[in-house]
Ligand binder design. Structure first.
Ligand SMILES: Nc1ncnc2c1ncn2[C@@H]1O[C@H](COP(=O)(O)OP(=O)(O)OP(=O)(O)O)[C@@H](O)[C@H]1O
Ligand SMILES: Cc1ncc(CO)c(N)n1
Length: 446
């Protein structure tokens, strides 16, 4: 018995790795589904443009589908760029031999504006492929082309989704809202005579490959046995995260980040383990004299570009305090457990993204001197110089201070201190790439 689920993508290749087959395979992997491919066309493409298209002979497209379906088995499939009417007919004829759910992304033009479906092939798509679809996923422009309607808002999208389903025989239609008016990206699903809306805030992120990755995520989750409604829900979460965490590569529309979905949880676990171990080690070192009145925290942030808010930074719940002659962590390591130090590390990472860990210890002149003697780069900020508008803004002092300290010297600081203010204890912060490096530095200051 085959335990791993499989999903097949019948689509074109994007040499830029952002859309097409490449996006689909990365998405399948993110959901733990084994990806299968039938390549329809090879495009020379980057984030800006498509410069060449080489279509694969229709019989070779069909043959790719046939061999994997017969040997391995397909739990769900999707189509992307089908390029021409001959490929469309060949794909329709072949997939009819099997009974897997089929998600149809009616790809027509790339983000860059390049046509990916011949004008004369739209009718073939409507006639041969859409009737076989479990779900069709047009964006605004594709839905306009398929219906001849103008689509501006959710109401228009509802009418279009219903029209496409009724006129083509597709079982369900989702009109995607990435290009609709408004501050939200609202997708409208029409299925079994009912509507369901999927909402997310529109983000200013990386959008090359959104349509491909979204339909691939739905396909992967159908392969895993989710209902259509649930598969779309997960895909919506997946695509929103992928858009907002995209790496800004290339000079045009940067690609969706399909790995965020698995990379963030994996990194969180690694961070939890490493930081927990380092906190135990800190307790063992028992640096009583280094614990400030307000206690110590020890933080470790998610890597770039995932470290955005304090929820992306792990710290010790309740801080690390002195109990008699012993140093003790009050609670366990948790994400979001630190406020002050989280803000400090997030600011430091804006300048030095690889430096993701920090600890705060009690200020004394001797420790600052010792740090300098050990060859550490030391900088500082003076809370009394804080501009009034920063003082008035909740939570702005630390980011301001760290930025001042970082910019004061033209070398990356190992240590930043401040001398306090009325009601504010002076403090020393030690920075490192990871908790182990922070501890190594700290040991030299005891
Ligand atoms: N700026 C955005 N912010 C949040 N979600 C978005 C944004 N743009 C698109 N989406 C969402 O991404 C998914 C894909 O929709 P979109 O309309 O972008 O597809 P598409 O135009 O077919 O993409 P492609 O360029 O890959 O063809 C939908 O769920 C949509 O709501
Ligand atoms: C190969 C390919 N398929 C689909 C899209 C849709 O964005 C693209 N840009 N390239």
């Amino acid at each position: 018995m085959r335990l791993v689920r499989t999903a097949l993508t019948i689509a074109g290749s994007d040499s830029g790795g952002g859309a097409g087959i490449e996006a689909d395979l990365k998405t399948f992997t993110a959901f733990g589904v084994h990806g299968l491919v039938a390549i329809t066309s090879v495009t020379a493409q980057n984030t800006q443009t498509v410069t060449a298209i080489h279509d694969i002979p229709p019989e070779v497209v069909s043959e790719q589908i046939r061999v994997v379906a017969e040997d391995i088995g397909v739990d769900a499939a999707k189509t992307g760029m089908l390029s021409n009417a001959e490929i469309i007919k060949a794909v329709a004829k072949t997939v009819k031999n099997y009974d897997f759910p089929l998600v149809v992304d009616p790809v027509m033009i790339a983000k860059s504006g390049a046509p990916l479906l011949r004008e004369d092939a739209v009718d073939a798509l409507i006639k041969y492929i859409l009737p076989l679809a479990t779900l069709v996923t047009p964006n605004r422009f594709e839905a306009e082309k398929l219906t001849g309607m103008e689509i501006r808002n959710v109401n228009d999208a509802k009418l279009a989704a219903k029209k496409i389903a009724e006129e083509t025989g597709a079982k369900a239609v989702i009109v995607k809202g990435g290009h609709l008016e408004g501050k939200e990206a609202i997708d409208v699903l029409y299925h079994n005579g009912a509507y369901k809306l999927y909402r997310a805030p529109k983000v200013d992120g990386c959008t090359h490959g959104t349509g491909c990755s979204f339909s691939a995520a739905i396909t992967a989750n159908l392969a895993k046995g989710l209902s259509l409604e649930d598969a779309v829900s997960v895909a919506k979460e997946f695509i929103t995260l992928g858009i907002s965490t995209g790496h800004k590569i290339g000079h045009g529309h940067c690609p969706v980040n399909q790995s965020a979905w698995i990379e963030i949880p994996a990194e969180k676990w690694r961070i939890y383990e490493e930081l927990t171990r380092a906190v135990r080690e800190f307790e063992r070192i028992n640096p009583i004299k280094l614990i400030p009145e307000v206690g110590t925290n020890f933080v470790y942030a998610l890597p770039f570009p995932y470290a955005r808010t304090k929820e992306d930074v792990a710290g010790v719940k309740g801080r690390i305090v002195r109990v008699g002659n012993e140093v003790r962590a009050v609670g366990s390591v948790e994400f979001g457990a630190s406020d002050h130090l989280a803000r400090a590390i997030l600011t430091f990472m804006r300048f030095y993204p690889k430096y993701r860990s920090a600890i705060n210890v009690r200020y004394s002149e001797e420790i600052v001197e010792l740090a300098k003697e050990q060859g550490f780069t030391v900088s500082f900020y003076d809370r009394r110089e804080e501009p009034i508008e920063v003082k008035e803004k909740e939570g702005a002092t630390i980011p301001w201070g760290i930025e001042v300290a970082v910019k004061r010297i033209n070398k990356r600081p190992d240590v930043i201190y401040h001398l306090g203010d009325i009601g504010k204890e002076p403090m020393i912060l030690i920075f490192g790439r990871n908790p182990r490096e922070v501890l190594d530095k700290l040991r030299l200051l005891i």
